[in-house]
Design a binder for this molecule. Structure first.
Ligand SMILES: NC(=O)c1ccc[n+]([C@@H]2O[C@H](COP(=O)([O-])OP(=O)(O)OC[C@H]3O[C@@H](n4cnc5c(N)ncnc54)[C@H](OP(=O)(O)O)[C@@H]3O)[C@@H](O)[C@H]2O)c1
Length: 316
């Protein structure tokens, strides 16, 4: 089968044997797989998949959509041919992938293959960060730092449907109108965005340089949820100010969670998020699609930045 392959810290097309599902796993004919922030980091030799996941560390890819070929779950939830999607620990950027069956979600009719391939990682991350960790509620003020990317566009939409007042920090001026179109009450330059606090929840997708201004703009009992650190992982935390706000700083990754935790998150998405996708209230904006054979160009486009929405690899 064709795959995206990491060789000598570079990404390119490759060929591999088709994987065989073990007990409890499903074999998926992948139609589309999203490119995410972790993928170029894995290519550079960092952030490998967890060893216990049993996926090769030289085939990247953390989300996919495709048809179920075979399920070896004790009580299969899907018939062969069913349209499914999932977050995976790795190796999604291939024509076939195996995955813990419990992590599969059904693809709503409203999503085509590219939209489905770009849904799981960013919506699971954004939902878990806002609801699971940030405890975002209707009427809260939410700041999304780095709102133009995949996770940011998911978070802006989820914040809006949850009834929050959503401020989006987007450094690229040309992209701000698109983020407001997705549901942000205002999309602004990073320094202007801080003027719209105090915030109950700050979703941090950029990193450590925002720590000082975010604590300053935090409301009483507010929470900063750190998900991305591409602009830096070490910064200054003003503990006195954090104390006076009764504030919380949380941080998390999805990739290293146990399959059971990922399965629970998939069930939460099925009940709370997929109905909103099915009725068109949540969208998966696509910036560009590339065939798997052009994976190098897809990664170059992703790392160039400046895009709104997802970059997809088509594996059909
Ligand atoms: N912890 C987890 O489980 C988890 C899961 C998924 C993703 N992540 C991380 O979360 C981050 C966002 O993911 P993504 O998929 O949304 O990535 P993405 O599509 O590349 O989006 C990143 C966004 O951050 C902006 N940005 C990057 N560096 C910036 C800087 N120095 N100052 C201001 N804005 C900056 C980008 O703006 P431009 O477009 O202008 O470059 C872009 O809008 C990544 O770091 C990713 O690795 C973590």
């Amino acid at each position: 089968m064709r795959v995206a392959e990491i060789k000598d810290k570079a990404i390119g097309p490759g060929e591999r044997e088709q994987p065989v599902p073990g007990l409890g796993q499903a074999l998926i004919r992948v139609r589309a797989a999203g490119v995410n922030g972790a993928d170029p980091v894995q290519v550079a030799g960092f952030y490998p998949p967890p060893a216990e996941a049993g996926v090769p560390d030289d085939i990247p890819g953390m989300e996919l959509a495709g048809e179920l070929v075979e399920s070896r779950a004790p009580v299969p939830r899907f018939e062969p041919g069913a349209r499914v999607m999932a977050i995976v620990a790795g190796a999604a950027q291939a024509e076939y992938a195996v995955i813990d069956e419990r992590q599969l979600m059904p693809v709503p009719d409203a999503l085509d293959w590219s939209q489905a391939g770009g849904f799981p990682e960013v919506f699971a991350t954004a939902y878990d960060a806002l609801v699971g960790q940030g405890n975002l509620r209707s009427g809260h003020r939410l700041l999304v730092n780095g709102a133009g990317g995949g996770v940011g566009t998911a978070a802006v939409q989820l914040g809006r449907v949850l009834g929050a007042d959503v401020t989006a920090s987007v450094r690229n001026e040309a992209n701000r109108a698109a983020i407001e179109d997705l549901g942000a009450h205002r999309a602004l330059a990073p320094d202007e965005a801080y003027e719209h606090g105090p915030f109950d929840v700050v979703l941090e997708l950029v990193g450590a340089p925002n720590l000082v201004p975010s604590v300053k703009a935090l409301g009483a009992w507010g929470t900063i949820v750190v998900i991305g650190v591409s602009a830096g992982q070490e910064g200054t935390l003003d503990l006195r100010r954090l104390m006076t706000k009764r504030g919380t700083v949380r941080a998390s990754t999805l990739r290293y969670r146990a399959p059971e935790e990922k399965a629970i998150l998939a069930r939460e998405l099925e009940t709370s998020v997929l109905p909103l996708v099915a009725d068109g209230r949540l969208r998966v904006p696509i910036h560009a699609e590339f065939p798997l054979t052009e994976v190098t160009a897809a990664y170059e486009r992703f790392t160039a930045g400046g895009h709104v929405g997802k970059i997809l690899l088509r594996c059909d």
